[in-house]
Structures are given as structure tokens and as C-alpha cells.
Design a binder for this molecule. Structure first.
Ligand SMILES: [Zn+2]
Length: 213
């Protein structure tokens, strides 16, 4: 769905009309997807490739991010349309809460491979979490448990549909795993909340994992 900005209240929205008036058109669905993907890559893995330096909590100034995308990124010719509004709209409308805006700065909330100090809130209430993977990883997961790989944490979600989407990035034979969160906690591994739907753990022992579908 295309993204709009309300002329009256300034809200970023997927609705073409807001506050009773036609909105300003910001970008297409394809543009939103491409920018979201690029923002994730730069804020989680490769800020230096757009000349950016994140602070120790993973934040970068929004205007610097826009400048990096338009002037330094190798595919900058594809992103000359990007402004502050586009970056903020992508962040605010993200269905998984991938980004956080604070003051004039933005960061990825999870998924980093570069070291950042983000203080996540420990979660003690969620009971069931899901993790998406592909069949070829199953044997190793059921023997050794879930380990972060090149990222800092294992990614878990409260939503089986999101787990499926995440798994589908690695191949067609997606497997959704169901995680018993209390089992993880009882074995001494904390569960953290990164966004309303994404949770993180340093490790998930195999005995806490079941194959969902
Ligand atoms: Zn409005």
C-alpha cells in the first residue's frame, strides 16, 4: 500500500484521506519496501557503507542517514527521492517495530550484527514464541538449540505468520518452531522484548523447542 502524510495533523498513514482531507502522497509500496530494507541493512550491519557512524546505542542522526543514502550509498542513484519524511514514515509504519526514533535520531531496534548497547526490557510474561527457519537447519537446532549465528540474539516472535515470513527468506521449505518461553527462562536464559512482536534471547535450549508446522 502506498504511504501518505496527512496535511492537517502530519500523521504518516496508509490511508489516502486523513482529518477529512486528501493526504500528500509520499511513496509507493515498492519504494517503502526498498527503503525499509536499506535502512535495516545500514542500521544493523553496514553503516560505514553509507559513510555513517552509529553511536554506542546504535543511533544515527536522521538527516545524516538521509545524506548517507543519497550521497554515499553505492546504489544512491536509486534513492534520490528519499527525504526525512520517507525515513520517518518507514520507521513509524513498520509492522514489526524494526526502528526507533528518539529526538532527531533513529536506530534499528534489533537484528544487529555490529556491536551496539541496547538495553532491552526483560520479559517475564510471554508464554509462547515462534521462530522461522528452513528444514536443513532442523537437525542441528533440535540437537544444539537456537544460537544467534552472525547476529547478537536469536529472534523470536509472538506471531507465527511473522516467523513464517522470516523463515521464507532462507528457502522454500519453511519450518515454524514453537518455543516454550518459561522453559527457556527456567534454564537460566532471559527473554527480552525488542518490539511489540519481536523478542530476543541469547540462546534457546533444544528441550524448549517443538515443531509447530
Ligand atoms: Zn490527520
Amino acid at each position: 500500500m502506498p504511504v501518505y502524510k496527512c496535511r492537517v495533523c502530519g500523521t504518516y498513514t496508509l490511508e489516502p484521506v486523513h482529518c477529512g482531507k486528501p493526504c500528500i502522497y509520499l511513496m509507493s509500496d515498492e519504494q517503502r519496501e526498498a527503503l525499509s530494507h536499506l535502512m535495516s541493512a545500514l542500521l544493523r550491519h553496514i553503516p560505514h557503507e553509507a559513510g555513517l557512524r552509529l553511536d554506542e546505542e546504535g543511533f544515527v542522526n536522521i538527516d545524516e542517514l538521509v545524506k548517507g543514502i543519497r550521497e554515499r550509498w553505492r546504489n544512491r542513484h536509486l534513492y534520490q527521492w528519499v527525504t526525512r519524511d520517507h525515513v520517518i514514515a518507514v520507521a513509524m509504519l513498520d509492522p514489526r517495530g524494526r526502528f526507533e526514533i528518539r529526538d532527531n535520531k533513529i536506530r534499528a531496534t534489533y537484528g544487529h550484527s555490529i556491536p551496539v548497547k541496547i538495553r532491552y526490557e526483560e520479559d517475564r510474561t510471554v508464554k509462547v514464541l515462534y521462530h522461522g527457519t528452513v528444514r536443513r537447519n532442523l537437525q542441528s537446532i533440535m540437537e544444539k538449540g537456537l544460537v544467534p549465528g552472525r547476529r547478537l540474539f536469536v529472534h523470536l516472535t509472538t506471531r507465527p505468520d511473522i516467523a513464517k515470513e522470516i523463515g521464507a527468506r532462507h528457502g522454500a521449505d519453511v519450518v515454524v518452531l514453537k518455543i516454550d518461553a518459561d522453559c527457556v527462562r527456567k534454564r537460566g536464559y532471559k527473554i527480552y522484548r525488542a518490539s511489540p512482536v519481536i523478542y530476543l534471547a541469547k540462546y534457546v535450549p533444544p528441550e524448549c523447542i517443538e515443531i509447530e508446522s
